[in-house]
Design a binder for this molecule. Structure first.
Ligand SMILES: Cc1cc2nc3c(=O)[nH]c(=O)nc-3n(C[C@H](O)[C@H](O)[C@H](O)COP(=O)(O)OP(=O)(O)OC[C@H]3O[C@@H](n4cnc5c(N)ncnc54)[C@H](O)[C@@H]3O)c2cc1C
Length: 281
């Protein structure tokens, strides 16, 4: 339960941070909510921690041309409570409110959470449903990756060595959209056994857009695209949710078998869609 000895570096600019993590066995430290427990268990043994806490310009939350730009070190609490996010992207605020407890939400950051890519984390479902993008920067590159291409596997993302998440880009809600995040929390850890984020737009009494992100079911969060397609082509909720998790390799553990997780994902997807539909009308 005691981490291996490590150095600690606290850069004061993004440039300095990028230079540091370009070399050596270094790890970025954001809220430390996932990294420090991993170091205590010696699942991570970095030579040095590079603290993002003193790097300016990484915790912004602003709107520009209909897109919310959320800095990597914005905390879960910031995202849950910031009026711009509550007003213009309430699905993300709702997902943030489900994360851990007050202490975890005060320390943990969106950049740390998505870089860690825990299969049971809450943000990935919401970011997939929101069709968010993630900006990744290294000493020699600056690129934007759609969320659907970012979460690759358990604890595995599109981040390349030397890259850091600098911000998450989320389209601001157009106004008449319905949304919901429904989570079945693990009774001990509070992480999602499954979590489903739904986003709905209606037009002329029909569903014109449906987006569904699912977390916790398998190794990585995913979009339930067949269910989205069925909803957009006039199928019933029951027909659509019956396809959620089809073809996915579901996790199975002491708390939930693969079969039960799939059942739970469909039940939560239906609830999330019902709430989103109500809110969209
Ligand atoms: C008791 C407890 C309960 C929790 N419950 C939940 C829950 O219900 N739902 C949920 O989603 N999460 C939960 N979490 C996890 C929490 O959300 C963490 O905050 C999050 O996973 C990691 O964020 P962090 O800022 O603490 O990152 P850190 O722990 O500092 O870092 C995590 C990893 O990301 C890397 N990293 C950090 N920032 C960046 C960056 N900007 N760019 C690239 N790499 C980076 C680090 O090097 C490290 O590998 C819980 C954690 C605890 C301790």
């Amino acid at each position: 339960m005691i981490p291996r000895e490590f150095d600690y570096e606290a850069p004061t600019s993004l440039q300095e941070t990028l230079q540091l993590i370009a070399s050596g066995e270094r790890k970025l430290l954001a809220g430390g909510m996932s990294l420090i427990p991993m170091m205590k268990l010696r699942l991570a043994t970095p030579d040095s921690l590079v603290d993002l806490g003193r790097v300016p310009g990484l915790n912004h939350i602003v709107e520009s041309s209909g897109t919310l730009q959320i800095g990597a070190t914005a905390t879960h609490h910031d995202i849950e409570t910031f009026p711009l996010i509550r007003g213009r992207c309430p699905l993300l605020a709702e997902a943030a409110s489900h994360i851990g407890d007050v202490q975890v939400r005060n320390r943990g950051t969106i950049g740390g959470s998505i870089a860690h890519a825990d299969p049971a984390a809450d943000y990935p479902a919401a970011l997939l449903a929101l069709e968010a993008q993630i900006r990744l920067v290294s000493a020699s590159s600056d690129r934007i990756v759609p969320a659907v291409e970012f979460f690759l596997d358990a604890f595995t993302t599109a981040l390349e060595p030397g890259e850091i998440v600098v911000e998450v880009l989320v389209p601001a809600e157009p106004g008449a959209e319905g949304y919901s995040y429904e989570k079945a929390p693990h009774p001990a850890s509070g992480f999602a056994i499954v979590g489903v984020a739904a986003r709905i737009q209606r037009s002329g009494g029909k569903i014109s857009l449906a987006r569904i992100g699912v977390t916790g079911l398998g190794a990585r969060a995913f979009r339930a695209m067949e269910a989205e397609r069925l909803l957009e082509s006039g199928s019933s909720l029951d027909q659509a949710v019956a396809t959620v998790g089809e073809g996915e390799d579901a996790n199975s553990d002491l708390y939930a078998s693969a079969e039960y997780r799939k059942h739970l994902a469909r039940v939560r997807a239906k609830r999330a869609l019902e709430v989103a539909l109500r809110r969209a009308s």
